[in-house]
Design a protein around this ligand. Structure first.
Ligand code: ZN
Length: 197
């Protein structure tokens, strides 16, 4: 299942590279996402205390940005908002999920290593080991309590986005070799900006 979903993400990215309209929309969305080494990406976000229209508007805005960028998750810190808020969607036709003040209540002993990308690190894919099963306690955008039992790709996305809320990037979750390769890829992308996706 999770492999199938990962393939779907790759297919969408492929489509973006072929369809100029999709690619233009993706690039416009990515310009609104903070890119490494923006210091805000290393900053810990603060708990949300007010569940107001501004918060709900931010959830909608982040959901659209994530979709346009062809991402499957986005943390508020990535758009320069230091609130403990994230959105994600791993199934193409399901609604966008918003988690406010998420906390990992339990994670299983089983670990899995898989490649992860990040909208704040274009062109970077590194292997990250994470628990396969997690239970997360959070609130929705109205302040109602939520408990999410997630496995596979969904669990991975939630943990990736929760790392962002603590100022942690996948570069810090991978091996030293992969980190070095990623840094080199980003330096090369900077030298050839017209080819950066
Ligand atoms: Zn990310």
């Amino acid at each position: 299942m999770s492999e199938e979903l990962q393939e779907r993400v790759e297919e969408e990215r492929e489509r973006a590279s072929l369809d100029p309209e999709v690619a233009a929309r993706r690039n416009a969305a990515l310009r609104q996402v903070r890119q490494f080494p923006d210091p805000v990406l290393k900053t810990r976000a603060l708990p949300v205390e007010r569940f107001d229209d501004a918060l709900r508007d931010e959830v909608v805005r982040m959901g659209h940005l994530m979709e346009d960028a062809l991402g499957i998750g986005l943390a508020a810190t990535q758009v320069g908002n230091l609130q403990r808020l994230l959105v994600y969607r791993v199934e193409q036709d399901s609604p966008v999920n918003a988690l406010v003040n998420p906390v990992i209540e339990w994670s299983g002993d089983e670990l899995e290593t898989a490649e992860e990308g990040c909208l704040s690190l274009p062109r970077v894919l590194v292997e990250v080991e994470r628990p396969v099963h997690v239970r997360v306690r959070a609130q929705d955008e109205h302040g109602e309590p939520l408990v999410i039992e997630a496995s596979g790709l969904e669990a991975r996305v939630i943990q990736h986005e929760m790392d962002h809320l603590d100022g942690v990037l996948i570069l810090e979750r991978t091996s030293r070799d992969q980190r070095k390769q990623a840094m080199r890829a980003m330096r090369e992308a900077e030298r050839e900006p017209e080819r950066a996706s």
